[in-house]
Design a protein around this ligand. Structure first.
Ligand SMILES: Nc1nc2c(ncn2[C@@H]2O[C@H](COP(=O)(O)OP(=O)(O)O)[C@@H](O)[C@H]2O)c(=O)[nH]1
Ligand SMILES: [Mg+2]
Length: 236
């Protein structure tokens, strides 16, 4: 009889700033913490703001929430050189073994940032209705090929004149059958769907049936350096 000790499911949460990545992680922790052993890694450029938010929300014991301060490009730390994040995930897995799921929040400075499959087994991409109904149509690797696309804050649709059903349909059109989930932390039925998706993914991962898929690299882009950004480069 061989003892089965599958590594934790590493689940990335990417998307532009303010769409609700930390909130999604908080929601998942609240609803799944009695079912799964969880850990969280956050990525910020200069601070540990997201980790502090999650700690103060009390969604997990504080020591299970750790921040990676990426400096420079937050997308580099989840995509091109994932060493800092990989070490943080592995430390967490070792310190709290056995962990079932480690959630990794991206620093999200860019609509097209995606995680490397070397860091996470699967990834969520989070958009929100407040960003505008046309965002989903604009595409990009995360929108097109993340394992799950979340259209968040659907409770705000009427306030920002966004037709949620249309935005979801546009998103589905950009994804060739991959799933899209309309979410609001104010709509419990949508939270339950999100939790079910994670449960199924975890089961597939634990059974060895889940294969990580690379959404592909971000689009070539350039950082303007009129800010106090401490580095200068372009990617292509
Ligand atoms: N109305 C509404 N606001 C939300 C929802 N989810 C998140 N927010 C708010 O959106 C803002 C940004 O959320 P946050 O999780 O920090 O975004 P992040 O930058 O992607 O991590 C915060 O003020 C949240 O309270 C939602 O479902 N509905
Ligand atoms: Mg955040």
């Amino acid at each position: 009889m061989t003892e089965k000790t599958p590594r934790s499911l590493r689940l990335g949460v990417a998307g532009p700033v303010g769409t609700g990545k930390s909130s999604v992680i908080a929601t998942l922790c609240r609803h799944l913490r009695d079912e799964f052993a969880l850990g969280v890694i956050t990525n910020d450029i200069y601070t540990d703001e997201d980790a502090r938010f999650l700690k103060s929300a009390g969604v997990l014991p504080e020591e299970r929430i750790r921040a990676v301060e990426t400096g420079a490009c937050p997308h580099t730390a989840i995509r091109d050189d994932v060493t800092m994040n990989l070490m943080a995930v592995e430390d967490m897995e070792r310190d709290f073994a056995p962990l079932d799921i480690v959630l990794v929040e991206s620093g999200g400075d860019n609509l097209t940032a995606t995680f490397s499959p070397a860091l996470v087994d699967a990834q969520l991409f989070v958009l929100d209705v407040a960003g505008g109904g046309d965002v989903a149509r604009k595409g990009g690797p995360g929108i097109a090929r993340a394992d799950l696309l979340i259209i968040n804050k659907i409770d705000l649709g009427p306030h920002v004149d966004v037709d949620v059903a249309q935005m979801v349909a546009d998103a589905e059109g950009a994804r060739e059958g991959k799933p899209v989930l309309a979410l609001s932390r104010k709509h419990p039925d949508t939270i339950e769907k999100l939790c079910d998706w994670v449960r199924q993914l975890h089961a597939a991962h634990a059974a060895g049936h889940h294969t990580p898929v690379d959404p592909g690299p971000m689009a070539p882009h350039h950082h303007p350096h009129d800010s106090n950004h401490a580095h200068g480069h372009s990617h292509d």
